[in-house]
Write a protein that binds this ligand. Structure first.
Ligand code: ADP
Ligand code: MG
Length: 344
């Protein structure tokens, strides 16, 4: 069964000139261009932990590669090759075809060649390793932030966590069976019905900011992709760089969909603490603002200045009144818990 699946994968992958030997041997052979450094990242997605049970196969395929390309983007690297370790409960060719639709659509968009992997039976889990290239010493790291740097964020924050919060919201009590006749479901259900289709694509099909990241190499001092939540990921940058950060909570970029679906308190918590956005957070000196804005325009990605790197340690968020802001427990509770295990 395993070989049929591998043949199915092999029949659909596109190659590149620098792939000397792709799928089919014991290992792949890749030609690294002279004078370039190899950048390697790996991320695994487990069913029920990294995507909800019942997520479409094509969306899982897209996301498995997207979260890895996002790591390369945060390093300022040009993606080149990837490998795929698939653990599948059964040899389901239809599921695999759907998975490949999403995976290879994104791979094609970034000219990433799938050059090998492993296929085993087990609980649904997808491990991807990506390889990218940078000029020697040109990678964007977490340890380069300096006091006085602006802190920037791409796109909008909180949509993916907002979708997850809506998916995990308890079913509303529908009083349709009540003797007085049918009663419409109350407000929150309606809001969920409208908001989920607008937010869910950000959870299922994140956009890795690859072009932006490559442009930031040489422009930004430090960068990280927002996978665990802005405050948590920015704290990694601060720790690695030996600095602190001040964030203006009201400056965090927000989609109209998120604004419509949540009140201000929830929204702030989702934006500052929600994961899975795969936007880039980066720091750069203030005299590079114009060049950064030009890069945002050239790559078609909105960029927002959300704070400042300071001497010291830790990340402090403040609201528009200047008062320190801490995430409400309600906002955090939505994504503190992992998904429930598979039913049945
Ligand atoms: P081996 O037993 O030598 O590890 P496999 O049967 O696992 O060989 O794999 C055969 C070939 O198919 C290898 O080139 C491997 O890289 C490739 N391959 C296996 N699974 C995948 C996958 N999920 N995606 C891409 N290539 C795969
Ligand atoms: Mg193998």
């Amino acid at each position: 069964m395993e070989f049929d699946l591998i043949d199915r994968i092999r029949a659909r992958v596109a190659s590149r000139d620098d792939v000397v030997l792709g799928i089919g041997d014991d290992a792949a052979i890749l030609e690294v261009a002279p004078g370039r450094q190899l950048v390697v990242a790996a991320d695994t997605l487990n069913a029920g932990v990294h995507f909800p049970h019942g997520t479409a196969a094509a969306d899982i395929g897209w996301k498995a590669l997207a979260v890895n390309l996002s790591d390369l983007a945060a390093m300022g690297a040009e993606p080149a090759w990837c490998t795929l370790s698939l653990s599948l409960p059964e040899a389901d060719a239809e599921w695999l075809d759907g998975f490949l639709d999403g995976f290879l659509e994104l791979a094609g968009a970034h000219r990433v060649a799938l050059v090998g992997g492993d296929t085993t039976r087990g609980p649904l889990s997808i491990g991807v390793t990506v390889h990218g290239l940078v000029e020697p010493g040109g990678a964007l790291r977490r340890d380069g932030a300096r006091a006085g740097d602006d802190i920037w964020v791409s796109g909008t924050l909180g949509d993916a966590a907002g979708a997850l919060a809506l998916l995990q919201r308890p079913e509303p009590v529908v009083a349709a069976a009540c003797e007085a006749g049918p009663v419409l479901a109350a407000g929150p259900a309606d809001a969920t019905d409208e908001a989920l289709p607008r937010l869910r694509p950000r959870l299922d099909r994140p956009t890795p900011r690859v072009q932006l990241g490559r442009g930031l190499a040489g422009l930004a001092h430090a960068a990280v992709d927002v996978s665990d939540g802005l405050l948590a990921d920015l704290a990694h940058v601060c720790r690695a760089s030996g600095v602190g950060a001040g964030i203006d909570i009201d400056a965090l970029p927000c989609s109209a969909a998120l604004r419509d679906a949540f009140d201000e308190g929830e929204r702030r918590s989702l934006q500052a603490g929600g994961g899975d956005d795969y936007e880039l957070c980066f720091t750069a000196p203030a005299d590079r603002r114009e060049r950064i804005e030009a890069l945002g325009a050239a790559t078609g990605v909105a960029l927002a200045r959300v704070g400042r790197v300071v001497d010291g340690a830790g990340v402090v968020a403040r609201d528009r009144s200047g008062a320190p802001w801490t995430p409400g427990r309600a906002g955090y509770a939505h994504f503190a818990e992992p998904f429930a295990p598979a039913p049945g």
